[in-house]
Design a protein around this ligand. Sequence first.
Ligand SMILES: [Zn+2]
Length: 174
Amino acid sequence: WHVVRDPTLNAFAIPGGIVVVHSGLMLAADGADELAGVIAHEIEHVEQRHSLRAMLREAGLRLAVAAVIGDFGIAGSAAGQLSSLSFSRDSEREADELGLQRLARAGIDPDGMLRLFAKLDAESKGQAPPAWLASHPTTPERIARLRERIGQLPSTPRRPLAIDWPAVQSSLGS
Ligand SMILES: [Zn+2]
């Protein structure tokens, strides 16, 4: 897990099970449950080995093997390439759906994910979308599918996360 002091609204998973969250995204989220939606999505990219699949597609077998066996000499020299790996549409859908299930199991309100998307979307009107939305467009289909899946989730009790969010945000500076 890495928090990077960067004002752009982004979070991403890179090979090796690493999830990077920009401080800008944490400042844009109005609560821990909003950020949790994006993090759950990124965790699923890690858990489902989406990076490996994307690497095989984009970067070739040599780099994928190097990353798996931990040859960071090769993988490290390709770090830029790895952070810009784009996942397939199927991988994105899987990360959304399994991410929602993960939130439900943890008792976290899955609507937080949609609230953050809506906010980022509204802020980007007329300008370039924030980085995370650029790679994860909140198309009407995506929102409709997320809403439908949220409706199908088991009604497990949801508890607010015991995190003093304003304190977390102020610790990030601006
Ligand atoms: Zn994604």
